[in-house]
Design a protein around this ligand. Structure first.
Ligand SMILES: CC(C)(COP(=O)(O)OP(=O)(O)OC[C@H]1O[C@@H](n2cnc3c(N)ncnc32)[C@H](O)[C@@H]1OP(=O)(O)O)[C@@H](O)C(=O)NCCC(=O)NCCS
Length: 176
């Protein structure tokens, strides 16, 4: 298993590289599962089932970034309803960015940014408000999302089904 978060290198700048960003197809499942396992570990079948949910759902999408037909990143977005998962959540039900992973060898080339703008374009047809939660220990992700306009809404928040290194933060973005 790799590191959970990228090393934070704000003094470096990335170099763009060409990737194909599109909605995940069934043929991409193995590549997505491999990336998720490399980062988070866990049960391959559970990851597969989680990605498969995006294939048929109206309220959820996974985009992939591919280079020479190989999946080098994925990002999911969809409706998330913490109120249905039990008491104790202070985060709203709504449309969320729900997971973004880029292959360590493909990082800092704009892949995460492209997967994020693709999901925001998909969400634009569905909502004027998008949410995203993140660990306070993940400044690389926080910078990426701040650059597309996300603003801090709350810190130290519990999110049902999520555990955070350090603490959880909720960010929001108003879509035009
Ligand atoms: C966070 C992650 C998705 C970023 O993917 P990426 O393809 O490397 O990101 P991009 O190249 O599109 O970066 C866009 C901007 O985000 C910021 N950024 C991204 N990675 C960074 C890093 N390691 N250090 C500092 N800033 C970073 C920069 O501002 C960057 O712009 P720049 O390269 O022009 O300076 C990737 O590091 C990753 O998969 N991390 C592990 C999983 C994770 O943390 N996911 C997010 C969970 S909420």
């Amino acid at each position: 298993m790799g590191a959970l978060f990228a090393d934070y290198r704000p003094d470096e700048s990335g170099t763009p590289c060409a990737v194909d960003v599109r909605v995940m197809a069934r043929a991409d499942l193995d590549g997505c599962v491999a990336l998720a396992l490399a980062r988070d570990g866990g049960d391959p079948a559970a990851w597969r089932a989680s990605f498969e949910r995006s294939l048929d759902a109206d309220d959820r999408v996974t985009f992939v970034a591919t280079r020479e037909e190989r999946v080098v990143g994925y990002g999911t977005a969809g409706w998330f309803a913490p109120s249905t998962l039990g008491p104790g959540s202070t985060v709203p039900d709504g449309w969320y960015l729900l997971g973004l992973v880029v292959d360590p060898e493909a990082r800092r080339h704009g892949v995460g940014h492209q997967l994020t703008t693709a999901r925001l374009a998909w969400l634009q047809a569905r909502t004027s408000r998008v949410w995203y939660f993140v660990s306070s220990a993940n400044p690389a992700s926080i910078d990426l999302h701040s650059e597309v306009g996300f603003e801090l809404v709350a810190s130290g928040i519990p999110v049902p089904g999520a555990t955070f290194t350090e603490s959880g933060r909720l960010y929001g973005l108003a879509l035009a």
